[in-house]
Every structure is written in structure tokens, then in C-alpha cells.
Design a protein around this ligand. Structure first.
Ligand code: GDP
Ligand code: MG
Length: 439
């Protein structure tokens, strides 16, 4: 017990600062993760460089390796870059709110139009969908079919009318019907194409949308950067919908779209059905992009649970050998809050070699120790030496917690030994440990 606690303690001390030298591997790992999540190369390079600069000199959280801490910084920055909280749809003060859908053919615009209409209804907002894709008769039918399915009206003028005119009259129709929001579906091309952009710009000029949503298929990966740049330059998007996230893409397009346009991803499409729309959550996307759930969990828990000021006080107490049972209990609870002790120790680098049996044993011993400490008086907890010198106190404690007096004696002697070892370690000596670096 004492031994595993001691080594855990070494890891929990942490006094390093993040330096370029101790995050090189992590940098590479992050770069690789972002690229394999299909974030645009240029976006990756800029992003990683910026985060590296920010991270230099940051204090390493106790118990976490600098490289892991760096990954947490990357994660936080990723969340921040992608918009922290999810941003809602425009809701104009003069009705109707006008939403223009833009994007390449096959991105999911028509599907997303219906998904949005359904979403609005859940917020008690009525909608009218406008079909301006006159190039493919099937596109108009598709929207009409979707409209029937969700019971939302569709405005169309067939395939002979001009998209700008359809959009204009669609808005007029919405006013007449008194609906809250008009969603204008548009035609896309397989590639970025000047005619499509011009038409979109003309529609925009005619209807002055409150919201222009770029619909991006998350599976286009690297290409998302180009698409975003072109659409944003030509028509100025106010947000994006990332579709087909139900597939196995890691969603790197989200970072590209956001980094390049500066506009939020508002929703994600997660299936072909009209219900398959979700608000965009930057945290979820950041985890998905990094694909590093476990490391992040550890780093986050460590940050939540370890109060830096507390740590400083504790170090002082240890140096002066004033570490008492109250501190001991506190540390133990801390470890417990961080998950099962076994799980935690396993996540700490270099501790993975403990067998499950050893871990279980360690956990059981800690439980036993906690029970004994709970039977101590406040005075005894604050002054463990009282116990070393008074057998009657040890007997009372043993009775209180249901263990033997010898168990209590053992706890006290181990505690005393640990306290002096911690004192020595905190002063830079590593008795019997060969002076190895943690990690
Ligand atoms: P548009 O050309 O941009 O209007 O694209 P569509 O809305 O017609 O969608 C193209 C194809 O992608 C259709 O087969 C849709 O069912 C499908 N689709 C759209 N969104 C999603 C999504 O979020 N997940 C999946 N799996 N398929 C989608
Ligand atoms: Mg369409």
C-alpha cells in the first residue's frame, strides 16, 4: 500500500512547465489526429502552431504529464475555435425570418431544409419551404414529398421559372400565410461553379436573408476548406450545417469550416430521416476529431479535482512533516473522485504495470484505512503522533471501526513511514527509488 501511494504521490506532484521539448511527441500526435480527421492541412498547421505558442510556459497540472496536458490545451482550443456553445438559428424581429440554404449538389441541402422546418416546429415556429432548384425536376418533387411527410407547406413555380423570382415570390407567400420562417432551398453543382455562385448571389440580393447556411457533407474532408472559402467569399455565410456525421468520418470538416469562415456550425445531420438533425456541440466534435477520449477524461478530472492552492499548502505540510490524517483522507477522496483508484493509477503513465490484483488490494486497503480514520477523533486526525504513543486510543479506534488493534497499529506505522518518505521526496531525495523521473 505505502509503496503504491508513494509512487502515485510522485506523479501527483507535478512541477514542470510545458516546454517545446516535452511536447514534441504530443504535437506530432495532435497533428496526425487532426489530419486523419480530415481537417484541412493548412488549417491544421496554423492551428497547431498557435496552440503550441499558447501552451509554452503553462504550468503542468499535478499528476498529468506535460504532453497530456498539452493535448488538453489543444482540446480546449479546439472547442473554443469551434464556438464553445452551440449557436441558435436566426430569429428576425420582423417576420418572416429568411434562411437561405447553400452548398454543393448532394451535400444534403434539400434534406436539411426539411430537417430545419421540423426543428422549427418543435420551437413553435412555423415554416414555409421554397423550391428554387429548377434544374432537376426531381429536386422540386423531393422537397414536396418531404413537405407532405412533415406537414410543412412548400412553395414552387415549376421548373420554368427563374430561381430569383421564385425566391422573391416565396417570401411574399410566407408573408401572406403569416409563417414565422422561410427556408429557401437552392440548386447546387457537383463542383464549385461560377454560374451557381452568381445565381446564389442574385437570390441573396433579392431576398436579403437573415441567415445563410452552408450545407457541407462531412465526408468531403479536406475539400471542405475550399468549398467554405469560395462560398464565404462570394455570398458570406452566417453559419453551417455539417451533414452525414452518422458515417464514419471524424468530422474534421467542422474545424475547417469554422476556422476559414469564422462562422458557427449550427447543426449536424446524422441520418437520412427528417428527424436526424442535432444542434452542434463543439465539445463532442472536439473529442471526435481528436479521438482521444481517455486522455482527455484523465486530464479533465485532474484539473477539476486538484486545487492548486491546496496543493501548495500540502507541499508545505509535507516538507515540515505536518501531513496528517486529515490530509491523508483528503488525498484519498481526491483519488476517489477521480474515478476508481485502480482506474486512475492505470491511466497514470508508468503505472499500467500494476496487476489488477494489486490494484484491487490497494483499493481495499485504502477503504480499510478510511474506516479507521473515521473512527479517530478530530484531535487524533490532526496529530497522528498522539496515536503512536497511546495504546488506549488505538484500542478505541479498533473497536469503533471493527478492525483489530494490530490493523490500527499497522496503519499508523505505515502512515508515519509514508510521511517521512514524502518529506524526503519533496526535498528532492528519492529514497530507494533510484531517483527516476516520473513518467
Ligand atoms: P442536396 O443536393 O444538397 O439537396 O442534397 P440532398 O438533400 O438531396 O441529399 C443528398 C443525399 O444525401 C440524399 O440521399 C440524402 O438522403 C442524403 N443525406 C442528407 N443528409 C444526410 C445525413 O445527415 N446523413 C446521411 N446518411 N445521409 C444524408
Ligand atoms: Mg437539393
Amino acid at each position: 500500500l505505502a509503496e503504491s501511494l508513494e509512487s502515485a504521490w510522485v506523479k501527483l506532484r507535478g512541477k514542470d512547465k510545458i516546454k517545446s521539448s516535452n511536447i514534441q511527441d504530443a504535437l506530432k500526435e495532435v497533428r496526425r489526429a487532426l489530419l486523419s480527421a480530415d481537417v484541412n492541412v493548412q488549417v491544421v498547421t496554423n492551428f497547431v502552431k498557435e496552440v503550441e505558442t499558447k501552451a509554452q510556459g503553462a504550468n503542468v497540472v499535478s499528476g498529468v504529464r506535460p504532453d497530456q496536458q498539452f493535448i488538453k490545451i489543444v482540446y480546449d482550443e479546439l472547442v473554443k475555435t469551434m464556438g464553445e456553445t452551440n449557436s441558435p438559428l436566426a430569429n428576425a424581429s420582423t417576420k418572416p425570418t429568411v434562411i437561405l440554404m447553400a452548398g454543393l449538389q448532394g451535400a444534403g441541402k434539400t434534406t436539411a431544409t426539411a430537417k430545419l422546418a421540423l426543428h422549427l416546429r418543435k420551437e413553435n415556429r412555423t415554416a414555409l419551404m421554397v423550391a428554387t432548384d429548377v434544374y432537376r425536376p426531381a429536386a422540386i418533387d423531393q422537397l414536396i414529398t418531404l413537405g407532405k411527410q412533415i406537414d410543412v407547406p412548400v412553395f414552387d413555380m415549376g421548373t420554368d421559372a427563374n430561381p430569383v423570382e421564385i425566391a422573391r415570390q416565396g417570401i411574399a407567400k410566407a408573408r401572406e400565410l403569416g409563417v414565422d420562417t422561410v427556408i429557401v432551398d437552392t440548386a447546387g453543382r457537383l463542383q464549385i461553379d461560377d454560374r451557381m455562385m452568381t445565381e446564389l448571389a442574385d437570390v441573396k440580393a433579392a431576398i436579403q436573408p437573415d441567415e445563410i447556411l452552408l450545407v457541407v457533407d462531412s465526408a468531403i474532408g479536406q475539400e471542405a476548406a475550399n468549398v467554405t472559402m469560395t462560398f464565404h467569399d462570394r455570398i458570406g455565410i452566417t453559419g453551417a450545417i455539417l451533414t452525414k456525421l452518422d458515417g464514419d468520418t471524424r468530422g474534421g470538416a467542422a474545424l475547417s469550416v469554422r476556422a476559414i469562415s469564422g462562422q458557427p456550425i449550427k447543426f449536424v445531420g446524422v441520418g437520412e430521416k427528417v428527424e436526424a438533425l442535432q444542434p452542434f456541440y463543439p465539445e463532442r466534435m472536439a473529442s471526435r476529431i481528436l479521438g482521444m477520449g481517455d486522455v482527455l477524461t484523465l486530464v479533465e478530472k485532474a484539473q477539476e479535482d486538484f486545487d492548486i492552492a491546496d496543493a501548495a499548502k500540502l507541499t508545505e505540510k509535507i516538507i515540515e512533516a505536518r501531513f496528517d490524517f486529515n490530509d491523508f483522507i483528503k488525498q484519498m477522496r481526491l483519488l476517489k473522485n477521480m474515478g476508481s483508484l485502480g482506474g486512475l493509477l492505470k491511466m497514470i503513465p508508468g503505472m499500467g504495470k500494476l496487476s489488477d490484483g494489486q490494484l484491487k488490494q490497494g483499493e481495499d486497503q485504502l477503504k480499510k484505512a478510511e474506516a479507521m480514520i473515521q473512527s479517530m477523533t478530530k484531535e487524533e486526525r490532526g496529530n497522528p503522533d498522539l496515536l503512536a504513543s497511546t495504546p488506549s486510543r488505538r484500542r478505541r479506534i479498533a473497536k469503533g471501526c471493527g478492525y483489530n488493534e494490530s490493523d490500527v497499529s499497522k496503519l499508523i506505522s505505515e502512515f508515519t513511514r509514508m510521511r517521512s518518505m514524502m518529506q524526503q521526496m519533496s526535498m528532492g531525495n528519492f529514497p530507494g527509488m533510484g531517483g527516476g523521473q516520473p513518467g
